[in-house]
Design a protein around this ligand. Sequence first.
Ligand SMILES: [Zn+2]
Ligand SMILES: [Zn+2]
Length: 137
Amino acid sequence: MAIGSYSTPRPRKGLKRPERLDSLVRDARQNRDTRMAGYREQSLRIHPLVCARCGRVFERDNLVELTVHHKDHNHDHNPPDGSNWENLCIYCHDNEHARQVEYQARGGDDGAADPEPAAATHSPFANLKELLAGNKL
Ligand SMILES: [Zn+2]
Ligand SMILES: [Zn+2]
């Protein structure tokens, strides 16, 4: 029965292509896209079509230059009442984010909060004696 042992390789079941994964990824992308479009649309509907910084007024034909900013810079924080959104023209929006980058570079979060958050953990006078001693000697 040696001849009978040669069997043509059958396609093995269970080795399907990960189509399901593909479609999951596609769905996720789609969801994100609709969510992104969703909050912009909502914000433009809730808030006036005016840049909240410079007051530039927008119409249908230049609406593409009016962007929606997240006040807390968290794009996943989208309360339906629009309290985290701000309509900003692309210039003011750029500006807003540049300012945020500066804040972070300086190590502070928002300036508006606590002007001296480090005061509790570290005394500005801790090495004052040393400094004075160093100056005298
Ligand atoms: Zn503006
Ligand atoms: Zn923004």
